[in-house]
Write a protein that binds this ligand. Structure first.
Ligand code: PAF
Length: 269
């Protein structure tokens, strides 16, 4: 694997087309690996990046303590035969004009009002620099991939946005670098989040959105989760469910022992 440490060095690479890009913040887990594996299987070459993007963290969030495991990440990427790893220079996120996303005034955008601006600004820089044929994201960050997909479409960037299924721990807990903040027992316990949204998807067959939302929220609160939100929305545009809805998103964000955990499930109608 070739490790590229500057934007200028990137320009001299002749990628074999079609090639895929997997942006990450490192601390790679099975969720990331599924993206790299998919990219290896479906594209001629794969470039991953590791950059903990300061623009997407709020003032009181975990930017400084975000888990860093570069040596292990490099080993994992080499095992998967990833072709290139881009490690941007520390000033990569400086002096950028912040981009305003659509769909950011709901769900995670309410409690993290600058988060998606930061994500979109850095992804825009990556895409314009690397110009990949495809860029891969995990569906755990449903809102993130929707916002990026919308932006790429509006700006007519020539990159396909590919979103791949959530990878889960045995307990059902969605894989996330932040799971490392929790003990093994806690991670087992947090499998309740996924059981809850699965059950909510079932109960939508007989209950109204309002009742299903209340039941799920009560369940999670009683189980000791501090709620940010549990919302049932139109998956295409994150608006309230209407007669035009053909796919439903059940999305949840909670804090457990001060660790923010998100998850979601899609229900086709
Ligand atoms: O999902 C992430 O890890 C980050 O938000 C991303 C897409 C790498 C942008 O910094």
């Amino acid at each position: 694997m070739v490790i590229v440490k500057s934007s200028s060095a990137l320009n001299s690479i002749n990628f074999q087309n079609p090639f895929a890009f997997v942006p990450t913040m490192g601390n790679l887990h099975e969720g990331h690996l599924s993206l790299i594996k998919f990219a290896k299987e479906n594209y001629s070459e794969v470039i991953a990046s590791i950059f903990v993007n300061p623009l997407q963290f709020g003032k009181n969030e975990d930017f400084a303590s975000y888990p860093k495991t570069l040596d292990k990440d490099i080993e994992i990427l080499e095992d998967l035969e990833c072709n290139y790893l881009f490690l941007p220079e520390p000033n990569f996120a400086e002096n950028l004009e912040i981009i305003n996303p659509n769909f950011s005034d709901v769900l995670c955008g309410l409690s993290r009002p600058t988060h998606f601006h930061g994500v979109l600004t850095i992804i825009d820089k990556f895409l314009r620099l690397i110009k990949p044929n495809a860029c891969l994201f995990g569906l755990k960050d449903y809102q993130q991939q929707l916002i990026i997909r919308d932006y790429v479409h509006r700006k007519k960037l020539r990159t396909d946005i590919i979103s791949l299924p959530i990878i889960r721990e045995n307990s059902g807990l969605a894989m996330s670098s932040r799971n490392n903040y929790l003990s093994k027992d806690d991670r087992e316990y947090c499998g309740k989040i996924y059981s809850c949204i699965k059950k909510t998807a079932e109960s939508l067959k007989t209950s109204s959105v309002k009742i299903a939302t209340k039941q799920a929220t009560d369940f999670l609160q009683n189980a000791g989760f501090e709620m940010d939100y549990l919302k049932i929305l139109d998956a295409d545009n994150l608006s309230e469910i209407s007669e035009r809805t053909n796919k439903i998103l059940i999305a949840v964000a909670v804090n457990y022992k001060k660790v923010r955990l998100i998850d979601n499930i899609l229900v086709s109608l």
